[in-house]
Design a protein around this ligand. Structure first.
Ligand code: GAP
Length: 489
């Protein structure tokens, strides 16, 4: 079960321990924009690196690129984003607050469910199912009626005084060029995928890629989300990790099912428990898709989309071929059953698209734990710990001399210089050892080694494990080997 109560505590923890700060906080922040601190940026990098490795190293037929954020403006006309990348919005006339229609209705249904009265859950399900049908049919009048019939109120004015529903484009635009009159409107990319499509032939030809093959990319995307909420779940500037897999027409459903299964396994491989993941088929397909599914994760505020897997047909490449007037075709030399070559065609595409920030939030929300236990003397003890899988943890090893003198810091610094070539280490000599352990628990450091007076006699140190708090003595010379092995497990 999702535990909404831990969410505010998790947000506060992320700020206190250098994971995530509100953007430009000294100016009171910027709505739905966040900065990653020293630990958050390292966690994010570790997840990104693991995804990159999983895609481009574990798959021989997938390569990576890094396309620019700015693209020729026609890209977005061709992709359909200028005309169709919009959400239905409604404004409350009394507060002037704008809502995304689906969020407004979902919020109401959630509140109804939480009430737990007789028939409330059934009513909430009925409202969501009607909403999904109306959205799929682009029936804005029907959606407004649904809002009015259920007396859904604005959270600020508490009234039901609504405007008609209108579409609102989510792309940010800016101008390129130094002279205002000559400047071209360009867009900040709302998805990284188009950088892959426009480079399809460049990569295919220079890499001598044979279908089926994939192109992977990570990078920033920007959306003018109207209702930006739930911390880093829905942001205006975020990072995507996308892979477009180019396949022979007619084989797309086979590959779609393949990537559905692969991606689910991947999430489990980074430590997300299977029971916190599920598929959710799209009712309304995006303008480019013939099949689409979300991998949902049970966030503290409920089940929400973590990754999208879309069968994008030949829509994007066909549109770019049409708008650029450049052939974006592949010559398939392989022979069909009748002995004739497949010849020239525009490949079909299966896309996997995951939000890096949502993955960070998923990992942190599983990792965050408040623990309490009774000590031997009967008093209570407690700690807040981030049980981040060791391979993703920002700092792998804390090196702690028991006290700041008697030659212990010198030995600790030797361990530091030996280990820092292999993984991220953190050295600390201030405060009592128990306090330092708690701080490392809160940051999510999986291993600590303590150098004490005994070390000088026997060359052994104490290694402490974050998750169990168990301690054991190991040889000083084995620290690097043991920690490296555990990080790779
Ligand atoms: N290229 C396909 C595409 O962009 P999408 O479902 O709109 O599809 C893919 O986005 C993923 O990007 C989502 O599953 C989500 O993880 C992430 N994402 C989308 N909008 C986001 C936002 N405003 N803030 C954070 N992550 C977002």
């Amino acid at each position: 079960m999702a535990d909404a109560n831990i969410f505010p505590a998790l947000i506060a923890h992320c700020k206190e321990y250098g994971y995530i700060f509100p953007s430009s906080e000294i100016y009171d922040g910027l709505s739905a924009v966040y900065d990653y601190g020293q630990n958050g940026s390292q966690l994010k990098k570790n997840i990104r690196d693991y995804w990159w490795k999983s895609m481009t190293q574990f798959n021989e037929n997938i390569v990576g690129i890094d396309a620019a954020i700015f693209m020729h403006p026609i890209t977005w006309k061709a992709s359909g984003h200028v005309d169709s990348f919009s959400d239905p919005m409604i404004d409350n006339k009394d507060s002037n607050k704008r809502y995304r229609v689906d969020h407004l209705i979902e919020g109401f249904a959630e509140e109804l469910r939480d009430k737990g009265g007789e028939g409330d859950k059934e009513k909430a399900d009925e409202i969501i199912s009607s909403m999904e049908k109306l959205i799929a049919a682009d029936d804005f009048e029907g959606l407004k009626k649904l809002i009015e019939d259920n007396k859904i109120k604005c959270a600020i004015s508490k009234t039901c005084n609504w405007t008609d529903i209108r579409q609102f484009n989510l792309m940010f635009s800016t101008e390129m060029g130094s002279v205002a009159e000559e400047a071209n409107t360009i867009y900040l990319r709302p998805e990284t995928a188009q950088g892959i499509f426009v480079n399809f032939l460049n990569v295919q030809k220079t890499g001598r890629m044979k279908i089926p093959f994939g192109i992977a990319q990570t990078g920033k995307a920007f959306r003018n989300e109207i209702v930006a909420r739930q911390f880093i779940f829905r942001m205006r500037e975020f990072e995507q990790m996308e892979m477009q897999f180019f396949v022979r027409p007619g084989t797309q459903m086979e590959w779609y099912n393949y990537w559905k299964a692969e991606r689910l396994k991947w999430h489990e491989s980074i430590g997300i428990p299977a029971e916190k993941l599920k598929f959710h088929d799209h009712v309304k397909l995006a303008h480019y898709a013939d099949a689409a599914v979300d991998i949902e994760f049970e966030f503290p505020f409920g089940w929400k989309e973590l990754e999208g897997i879309h069968s994008r047909t030949d829509y994007d490449l066909s549109r770019h071929q049409q708008f650029s007037k450049k052939k974006l075709q592949y010559f398939d030399n392989d022979l069909k059953e009748d002995g004739k070559p497949y010849g020239n065609y525009i490949p079909y595409v299966v896309e996997t698209s995951v939000g890096l920030d949502r993955l960070v939030l998923a990992i942190l929300s599983i990792a965050y734990q408040e623990e309490k236990w009774n000590k031997e003397d009967g008093t209570e003890d407690s700690r807040v710990v981030l049980k981040i899988p060791a391979k993703l943890a920002p700092v792998k090893l804390a090196i702690l001399p028991l006290i700041k003198k008697d030659g212990l810091p010198e030995i600790a610094k030797q361990v530091m210089s030996d280990c820092k070539q292999s993984f991220q280490c953190f050295y600390e000599e201030k405060d009592a050892i128990g306090k330092r352990y708690r701080r490392m628990d809160a940051i999510g450091t999986p291993f600590c080694v303590t150098i004490d007076h005994q070390t000088k006699e026997d060359n052994m140190v104490t290694i402490r494990y974050r998750d169990t708090m168990a301690q054991e003595r190991i040889a000083l010379s084995d620290v690097r080997k043991i920690v490296s092995k555990k990080v790779e497990e």
